[in-house]
Design a protein around this ligand. Structure first.
Ligand code: SAM
Length: 287
């Protein structure tokens, strides 16, 4: 244990420490994450072999306890009991932020329900990393995690999302990436813009923003694009399908707004010019 860990170990409160770990590049771990992992009594991990390697890389030796989707319900009671006795437990996943398409939800909830602290030690997540380099709007987005593996259920979900007006983020496996891009083109339209983010922070990092038809052909023809880990950031419907409002309509809208409530003014102009009220509001604002 280094000095920082020793000092932290003395002051670390009992409870659950939710610690993010790198999604590829090990230098992305925070110094606080290393200190917390070095100071807790035990580490709950999704796959204890993967996490043992990560801890070893940082010179940390801690008892590990498995916490995955298949045993979470059972394991939680024991872990909460241990924390009630004063144990400090860290929760980590194989990579990135625990609970983001990873186990831990029940443990966090039950720890809080027992009146014990749940303390974040934040860090990388593929979701935010992909968004931050996608070049696609990030002011609002919906995280979809993994699409259903079965083709029928996947298509149904994509159909439900086709009109969603803001950015969508998906985690996808290399085994399904071709089928998913094809289904997305079918339901979202081949012109929809998507940022394909593969192997983020790793040696073969690939970030490409393009339309679905271009990405689909590129991935189909390049076996390298079907290796590793992938996030898809998909533009919302609004961006691509917004119709340009004629200047005469925008001028009339601006004039009527001086006399009428904006909703009435918009209804009159939309009816007269057969345009959408939402596009009118947006482009009217831009004037
Ligand atoms: N908890 C993790 C996080 O915070 O991002 C996600 C865990 S989830 C089980 C694993 C999925 O995250 C992968 O299949 C992939 O879609 C995405 N992912 C994780 N690391 C990635 C990386 N370095 N590059 C691209 N996608 C990644």
């Amino acid at each position: 244990m280094n000095q920082q860990s020793t000092e932290l170990a003395d002051s670390l409160s009992a409870g659950l420490w939710v610690v993010a770990t790198p999604i590829g590049n090990l230098d992305d771990i925070t110094s606080r994450a290393v200190a917390v992992l070095g100071a807790v009594d035990r580490v709950a991990a999704e796959d204890t072999r993967v996490s043992a390697q990560l801890l070893a890389h940082f010179g940390i030796r801690k008892p590990l306890v498995a916490l995955h989707d298949h045993n979470e319900q059972k394991a939680v009671a024991g872990l909460v009991h241990a924390m009630q006795q004063g144990e400090r437990i860290a929760l980590i996943s194989d990579a990135g932020t625990p609970l983001i398409s990873d186990p831990g939800y029940r443990l966090v909830r039950e720890t809080q329900n027992a009146g014990l602290p749940v303390i974040p030690a934040p860090g990388p997540s593929a979701l935010v990393t992909a968004l931050s380099v996608s070049g696609i709007a990030t002011d609002r987005f919906q995280f979809e995690g993994f699409l259903p593996a079965k083709a029928g259920a996947r298509r149904q979900r994509l159909q439900q999302l086709a009109d969603y007006p803001h950015t969508l983020v998906f985690y996808e496996s290399v085994h399904r990436i071709e089928a998913t891009l094809k289904d997305m083109a079918l339901h979202f339209g081949s012109e929809r813009e998507v940022c394909f983010c593969r192997e983020l922070t790793k040696r073969f990092e690939t970030i490409r923003r393009d339309t679905l038809d271009v990405l689909q052909a590129w991935v189909a023809g390049d076996a390298d694009q079907k290796r590793g880990e992938i996030v898809l950031v998909v533009a919302g419907r609004e961006l691509e399908q917004q119709k340009e409002i004629p200047k005469a309509a925008r001028d009339l809208f601006a004039r009527l707004r001086q006399e009428l409530p904006p909703s009435r003014a918009a209804r009159i102009v939309a009816d007269t010019f057969h345009c959408s009220r939402r596009d009118l509001y947006q482009q009217g604002e831009d004037q």
